[in-house]
Design a protein around this ligand. Structure first.
Ligand SMILES: NC(=O)c1ccc[n+]([C@@H]2O[C@H](COP(=O)([O-])OP(=O)(O)OC[C@H]3O[C@@H](n4cnc5c(N)ncnc54)[C@H](OP(=O)(O)O)[C@@H]3O)[C@@H](O)[C@H]2O)c1
Length: 282
């Protein structure tokens, strides 16, 4: 069985690569942007025709949330049009497809954990392109799996945890947003979950939510990073309005994980336990 992984240089792609050795019965093909440019749908089709994967993990995405506000066409190509093409090819060739989406498909006005049925209403371009990708995929593929996740971090690439570590080393004090609530996701945990689904003997298509367990703000997240690493830097809470960004972010986007836990028997780690594991590797 062959598993093709897009976006292999990203956080999730890199963590899936780390798991390859535990699954010797699968042949993995890892596609970076040169091998499989996700903004070139003809090339994407060509690669799929040549590789003929049994499973596709779409770990690639246009993830620059603020930049997407001024690069909508490119973000839409990667996060929407390309996802449709992956779906059409997979449906035609009876391949299983796991696509990854985001909590930014929600507007953040809920005050309760969001289930898979909650109304989507993205408030930024990135979220809108990801929502369109989900809808397109569900239209063209009868049993694709979409996993929405949130606040992804890892030892790879650029992410909030690595940025906070750097800033807390460089500065005496930093300001961090208190009024955005959600839960972080250690990319290694998400990668294990995806491989557990592929390697299991159940396949139930549909949308699933996955993040680590817990409900925190970016401020709480930073305080915990500071505590674990023993940084001396002062961490001050601020409101989103004091930290303007090009793209708006949902104020509340905590994902309800009940469905994935029930359907796939997934054990979800606490956010601070996973953070400790990641920081020990950094
Ligand atoms: N990061 C988050 O906080 C977050 C939150 C919620 C959901 N998600 C979703 O989780 C999934 C994995 O995210 P991640 O954090 O692993 O993302 P990431 O680290 O930004 O990786 C994205 C990957 O996509 C590739 N890529 C981007 N544009 C491409 C293009 N035009 N052609 C080919 N490859 C392209 C990147 O290649 P390069 O390395 O060459 O740029 C990289 O390998 C994505 O679907 C994302 O939308 C992420």
């Amino acid at each position: 069985m062959k598993i093709l992984v897009t976006g292999s240089t990203g956080q999730l792609g890199s963590e899936i690569k780390n798991l390859e050795k535990f699954y010797p019965h699968y042949k993995f093909v890892f596609m970076d942007r040169t091998l499989m440019p996700l903004d070139d749908i003809n090339k994407v089709w060509e690669v799929l025709e040549s590789e003929q994967p049994d499973y596709i993990i779409n770990a690639g995405a246009y993830t620059a949330v603020d930049k997407a506000e001024s690069e909508e066409e490119l973000a839409d190509m990667v996060n929407h049009q390309c996802v449709r093409v992956l779906g059409v090819w997979s449906e035609k060739n009876k391949a299983h497809l796991i696509h990854v989406s985001t909590d930014y498909v929600f507007d953040g006005t809920s005050s309760l954990p969001l289930t898979e049925e909650a109304q989507t209403a993205p408030i930024n371009v990135y979220g809108n392109t990801k929502m369109k990708g989900e809808v397109a995929l569900m239209t063209v593929h009868h049993d694709a799996i979409v996993i929405r996740t949130s606040w992804v971090y890892s030892i790879y690439g650029n992410n909030f945890v690595k940025t906070m570590c750097r800033l807390m080393q460089e500065r005496e004090s930093i300001n961090v947003v208190l009024d955005q609530i959600g839960s972080p996701t250690y990319a290694a945990d998400l990668a294990s979950t995806i491989m557990q689904i592929i390697n299991g003997n159940i396949w139930k298509g549909g949308i699933y939510h996955y993040s680590n367990e817990g409900e925190i703000s970016w401020y709480d997240f930073t305080r915990k990073i500071k505590e674990i690493k023993g940084f001396e830097c002062d961490v001050n809470p601020i409101n989103s309005s004091d930290f303007p960004t090009s793209a708006k972010r949902p104020a509340y986007s905590l994902l309800d994980k009940s469905k994935i836990k029930k359907e796939y028997n997934i054990n979800v780690s606490q956010w601070d336990e996973s953070l400790r594991i990641m920081l020990a590797k950094l």
